[in-house]
Design a protein around this ligand. Structure first.
Ligand code: FAD
Length: 523
C-alpha cells in the first residue's frame, strides 16, 4: 500500500495550493483527483474550435489575486512557473433592456460621469460610498487570508470599534438593502448588486452586502484573469507541486476515508487501491460527500445531521461559448467593451423578481454575463476573431426537475445565443466557427463531481455558513469531527470561488504539525 504524510482529496486549484504549501514544507504529499485532469472548476480549453480558448468554469481571479499567494508570489507561480495575469480596463458594466448602459470604469471620475447619466445625486454620493466601503474592507480584509477566529470571539471583537459595528450591520444586510440606502437610480443599484450575485444568492438575501466591497477594488487594481485561460494557473500549480515532489494522481476517485480509532488513516479509491496517510487526510472536494458517503458509519450522528442541513447556492450556471470570425460591436455603444463582465438586466422589479423565480424552477436565458477575454489576451484566438462566453444564472431544478436540463438544453442555448446576438450590430450565424459549447448544471456536475446539482460554491455562501461556521459551527480549526481529518478550500473559510481558500486552511494544518507558516513563506 502506498503511504504518504498527507493525502489531499480533490485536485482543483485549492487541492493543488494545499499540496504546494505542504510540499514546500518538506512533507510527502499525494493529491487524488477523480477526473482525468486537474483543475476542477478552474479549467479552460479549446472546446469550440482548435486555437480558440474558452474558460469553462471560473474566469476572474479577483479574490485569489489579493492573497499573499499571488501578491507575494509565495509559491513562485508567476516568477518560476509561467502564470501571467492580465488586468482588463474595467471590471463590469450593465446593458439595460432599454439599450442604455452603465460602465464602472477603473477611473472614479469617469464612473461618476457615467452614473450622472442616470442620477446626479447618485453621482455625488458614489465617491462617499467607495470611502465607506473602504473602511469596511479594512475590517473584512483582516481575517481573509488566515484561519478565522471563533464565531463569538469575532462578533465581540467587531463590536468593539465603530468600523467593526458598521461591518456587523453590513454582513447582516442584503446588497439590495444597502444600495437602496445610498442610491436612487435603479441602474446603479442593479450594477452594484449584480456583482454580489456572484455569491449565487438572491441580492435581497441577508449577507449579500458583503460583496459590495468590490467597488473599492475596481477603482484600485481591476481584478485580473490568467493569460491563456484559467487552466494556466492550474498548470503552474502542478509544476510547483511536482518540483516539491508531490504525487499527482488523476482518475483516482475516492470512495472511502479509512478511519481507525477515531483517526483518519487514508483513502480507498474506486479502483480498490488504498493509500495511507501517516499525518492527515485533507478534503478539498465537497464536504457533503466526505461526511455522507466517504466516512460511512464513522461519521458521528450530529455531523451527519449538520451535513444534511447544509444550504446550497440559490442558483447555478447555464453557460455557453462561441468562436466568431469577428469581434462583436455593441448596439448600446462599444464603451461597454472596456469591461470584462458585460452583464444584461431588465429594470429593477423584473431584475429582482428573476432571482426569486429561480426558486420555482423558472428560467429565461435573458440576463447573460458576457465575457470576451480575447479583447486583452491575444493568445485566446486568431487576431480579428473572438471567443464569446455567455453565462446565465439558472435554477438547478428547471421547471421543477433537475433532469429537465437534458430535455431543454439546446432550446435554452438557442434562446441564449439569439438574445446575445441581438446585442451586437455585426454578428450573424455565418460568423460562427466550429461548434458552440453548452454546459447545463447537469453537465457541470458530471464535469466536476464536487459541484452537486451544478452548485459551483460546493455549499452555499449564506452568512450562517461563513467564517468559523464554514462548513459547520466550530470549524475555525478546519477539523471535521475526527483526528487528522481536515476540510480545506471551497467548503471552508474564506469560501468558494477562485479564492485560494486553502492558503488560509493550510496554516492551521501546518501549525498542528509544528511548521511555522510565516517562516515557510518568507522570501
Ligand atoms: C461557469 C462558472 C463561472 C465561474 N466564474 C468564477 C469567477 O469568475 N471567479 C471565481 O472566483 N469563481 C468562479 N467560479 C467558481 C470557481 O470556479 C470555483 O469556485 C472554484 O473552481 C472551486 O475551486 P476548488 O479547488 O475549491 O474546488 P473544485 O475546483 O470544485 O475542485 C474540487 C475537485 O475535487 C474533485 N473531486 C470530487 N469528488 C472527488 C472524489 N470522489 N475523489 C477525488 N476527487 C474528487 C473534483 O473533480 C474537483 O477537481 C465559476 C464557476 C463556474 C462553473
Amino acid at each position: 500500500m502506498a503511504k504518504h504524510d498527507f493525502i489531499v482529496i480533490g485536485g482543483g486549484h485549492n487541492g493543488l495550493i494545499a499540496a504546494g504549501y505542504l510540499g514546500k514544507a518538506g512533507f510527502d504529499v499525494c493529491v487524488v483527483e477523480a477526473n482525468d485532469e486537474f483543475g476542477g472548476g478552474t479549467r479552460s480549453g479549446e472546446v469550440c474550435a482548435p486555437g480558440y480558448i474558452s474558460d469553462l468554469g471560473g474566469m476572474i481571479h479577483g479574490m485569489i489575486s489579493r492573497t499573499p499567494l499571488i501578491m507575494n508570489d509565495e509559491l513562485d507561480l508567476q516568477g518560476k512557473y509561467g502564470l501571467k495575469y492580465i488586468r482588463p480596463d474595467a471590471l463590469c458594466c450593465t446593458i439595460f433592456d432599454d439599450g442604455t448602459n452603465l460602465v464602472l470604469n477603473h477611473s472614479i471620475d469617469q464612473t461618476v460621469k457615467n452614473i450622472a447619466k442616470f442620477s446626479q445625486k447618485d453621482a455625488e454620493m458614489y465617491p462617499r460610498f467607495i470611502e465607506y466601503m473602504g473602511n469596511m474592507i479594512k475590517v473584512a480584509g483582516i481575517g481573509a487570508n488566515t484561519p478565522p477566529p471563533k464565531w463569538g470571539v469575532m462578533q465581540s471583537a467587531l463590536d468593539s470599534s465603530p468600523e467593526g459595528r458598521d461591518f456587523l450591520v453590513t454582513i447582516n444586510s442584503s446588497a439590495q438593502d444597502i444600495v437602496e440606502q445610498w442610491f436612487e437610480s435603479p441602474q446603479l443599484r442593479i450594477t452594484l448588486t449584480r456583482w454580489c450575485t456572484e455569491m449565487m444568492i438572491n441580492p435581497t438575501a441577508v449577507g449579500t452586502a458583503t460583496l459590495l466591497y468590490f467597488v473599492l477594488y475596481i477603482h484600485q487594481l481591476v481584478p485580473p484573469f490568467p493569460e491563456g485561460g484559467s487552466l494556466r494557473m492550474v498548470e503552474a500549480l502542478k509544476a510547483c507541486c511536482s518540483d516539491y515532489g508531490v504525487t499527482l494522481k488523476t482518475n483516482a476517485s475516492v470512495v472511502k476515508v479509512k478511519v481507525d480509532a477515531g483517526t483518519a488513516k487514508g483513502v480507498v479509491l474506486e479502483s480498490g487501491e488504498e493509500i495511507a496517510a501517516s499525518k492527515a487526510v485533507i478534503c478539498t472536494a465537497n464536504v457533503k460527500d466526505l461526511v455522507l458517503k466517504w466516512l460511512g458509519d464513522e461519521a458521528p450522528a450530529n455531523l451527519v445531521r449538520q451535513a444534511r442541513n447544509l444550504k446550497s447556492a440559490e442558483f447555478v450556471p447555464f453557460n455557453m461559448s462561441v468562436a466568431l470570425k469577428k469581434v462583436p460591436d455593441f448596439k448600446t455603444g462599444n464603451e461597454v467593451k472596456a469591461a470584462y463582465c458585460i452583464e444584461c438586466a431588465p429594470l429593477e422589479e423584473e431584475y429582482l423578481r428573476t432571482f426569486n423565480e429561480y426558486r420555482f424552477g423558472k428560467f429565461e436565458p435573458n440576463m447573460p454575463l458576457i465575457t470576451m477575454p480575447c479583447l486583452w489576451d491575444s493568445t485566446r484566438c486568431p487576431e480579428g476573431h473572438s471567443v464569446v462566453n455567455i453565462y446565465n444564472y439558472a435554477p438547478a431544478n428547471l421547471y421543477g426537475d433537475y433532469n429537465n436540463w437534458n430535455i431543454y438544453k439546446e432550446e435554452m442555448a438557442d434562446k441564449a445565443w439569439a438574445f446575445t446576438k441581438d446585442l451586437f450590430t455585426n454578428i450573424t450565424d455565418d460568423d460562427l466557427i466550429g461548434d458552440r459549447w453548452v454546459f447545463t448544471p447537469v453537465d457541470y456536475e458530471k464535469w466536476n463531481p464536487a459541484f452537486h446539482k451544478g452548485d459551483i460554491t460546493h455549499i452555499g455562501l449564506q452568512p450562517s455558513q461563513m467564517y468559523g461556521f464554514r462548513p459547520f459551527p466550530n470549524s475555525h480549526n478546519y477539523k471535521v469531527a475526527l483526528d487528522n481529518l481536515y476540510v480545506l478550500g471551497s467548503c471552508s473559510h474564506p469560501g468558494g470561488g477562485i479564492a485560494g481558500a486553502a492558503r488560509a486552511g493550510v496554516q492551521a494544518v501546518l501549525d498542528d504539525f509544528d511548521v511555522n507558516f510565516n517562516k515557510l513563506v518568507k522570501k
